[in-house]
Ligand binder design. Structure first.
Ligand code: GLU
Length: 484
């Protein structure tokens, strides 16, 4: 069933630039964009940088780059929240003038002492149960005396009911409703003030964000009402947990989009994986392009229970994309990994051939790049233990030399001709083809497993194949055989 929500929507993704883009944040961005793309409207990227001590300009660029890389699109922004501080301050002053907020002269230390006392007694602490707004005459006197004050918003006493798009109806009773500071004594607006002012100014219709913000929502709803602004619909996404259902942390693997990128996960795979971590199209599909997800997206199918991040599942999904994406796309994403291995300037055609041959066997771009090294390296290191059975075959060097001769004379170096040459030689010498196939694979890749040997030899090319085989023969001859 398609969502009953009607577009156009105005949504925002509002990260604080205090660190790299976390996968939880990326997932929030994805759902905002899917909602916007499926219903039409506007997706705004808003950088919540008002906490100057914790915000970092470099992080803003990182977050923007990570969003672009994973394929999230937005229509407006990045808008810096700090650019609106004057407007947020003016709005707080307006609430003060309208009597919806009041001057609070109580020193923060005194409020803190009362909070701790309540905590000791295991009582719920509410500022407004302990302190009353000062009467007008007192306010005037203390203002005149130049006493510092904060501006506190008058929170209504009636319960606030939120019809959360993900969690259903959530009621916040009086114990959750307390007067809150909207302007600090140094004149800076608080986080809640800035968020709501910007959501009002941007005419946000749907706030899709992490569950960690649920407890802020009654405050925000009351502020929207105080501004006489329409209250947006809220949807709070459950946390992403790590293995063992603990908080997703560095200890159990990567947590930021940047790290997954560095490990060789494709952006399409990460997007797809994160989108399905808390949403499903309802028909069992798992590999879905962004366009397919846009067509299928409904908020009704957002899950309300915590999702567990499964690194193996992501690796599986990445492998699917490694096999399915058009080769030029894979090559583009692979380039940095290839460069890192010093293979930057190699023959593009040979590289593409090798990538196409190996991509169905690699789970990450990093692994795939590793498979390419033997194609371009002068000589390989062979492990004596892995080669024990080849070292034990006395006549193997001679067979391989004969194979070198055949391969050198091949007029066309394609998989069929290579296969015919190898099998022909094996027949002539009364050998099973495997006697030549397995050591040849080892010679060419220094490994026991890989794609079909004949395609491997063809992709490797004549000169590298002959070079590796000759080196391998030298290795077999130089190493004294195991045993008596
Ligand atoms: N800046 C907040 C965060 O990074 C998000 C606030 C919101 O979406 O309302 O968690």
């Amino acid at each position: 069933m398609k969502t009953e929500l009607k577009g156009p929507v105005r949504v925002r993704f509002a990260p604080s630039p205090t660190g790299y883009l976390h996968v939880g944040g990326a997932r929030t961005a994805i759902y905002n964009e899917l909602l916007r793309q499926s219903l039409g409207g506007c997706h705004i990227l808003r950088i919540e940088d008002t906490d100057k001590a914790r915000s970092d300009e470099a992080m803003t660029s990182q977050i923007v780059a990570a969003l672009r890389w994973i394929g999230v699109e937005w229509d407006e922004g990045p808008v810096l929240q700090s650019a609106g501080l004057e407007r947020h301050r003016a709005a707080a002053r307006q609430l003060l003038a309208e009597g919806k907020a009041y001057h609070d002269f109580v020193p923060p230390a005194e409020v803190e002492a009362r909070r701790q006392e309540a905590q000791r007694k295991k009582e719920n602490f509410r500022y407004k149960d302990c302190f009353a707004p000062p009467p007008k005459a007192e306010v005037e006197r203390r203002l005149e005396a130049g006493e510092p004050y904060a501006v506190r918003f008058r929170m209504p006493e009636e319960p606030i009911v939120v019809r959360d798009l993900v969690r259903g109806e959530v009621t916040f009773g009086r114990e959750h409703l307390d007067d809150l500071i909207i302007l600090r004594s140094d004149g800076t607006p608080t986080y809640h003030m800035s968020v709501v002012c910007d959501d009002v100014a941007m005419a946000i219709t749907h706030v899709i964000r992490g569950e960690d913000h649920l407890s802020n929502t009654p405050k925000h709803v009351a502020l929207f009402r105080a501004f006489g602004a329409p209250v947006p619909a809220f949807g709070h996404l459950p946390l992403i947990l790590g293995p063992g259902k603990k908080r997703l942390s560095k200890r159990t693997g990567a947590t930021s989009v940047e790290e997954f990128r560095a490990r060789g996960i494709l952006p399409q795979a990460l997007y797809n994986y994160l989108a399905l971590l808390g949403w499903s199209p309802g028909d069992g599909r798992e590999i879905m392009s962004r366009e397919e997800m846009i067509a299928a997206f409904t908020v009704e199918r957002l899950g309300s229970s915590a999702a567990v991040f499964d690194h193996d599942k992501l690796a599986w999904m990445n492998a699917q994309y490694m096999s399915r994406l058009p080769l030029p796309e894979i090559l583009a994403h692979l380039q940095p990994f290839v460069d890192r291995l010093g293979l930057g300037g190699v023959d593009g055609e040979r590289l593409a051939g090798a990538v196409d041959l190996h991509r169905t066997r690699a789970k990450t771009l990093e692994e795939l790049a590793g498979f390419l090294v033997p194609y371009f390296q002068d000589s390989l290191e062979y492990d004596r233990e892995a080669c024990a059975r080849f070292l034990a075959q006395e006549d193997l060097p001679d067979h391989l030399e004969a194979l070198i001769g055949r391969l050198r004379r091949l007029p066309s170096f394609d998989a069929d001709s290579i296969e015919a040459a190898l099998r022909g030689l094996a027949d002539e010498r009364g050998l099973k083809a495997g006697v030549l196939i397995h050591p040849t694979r080892m010679a060419l890749t220094a490994s026991k497993a890989g794609p079909s040997l004949f395609e491997l030899v063809a992709a490797m090319g004549q000169s590298a194949t002959l070079r590796h085989l000759a080196n391998f023969v030298r290795f077999l001859r130089s190493a004294p055989t195991a045993g008596p």
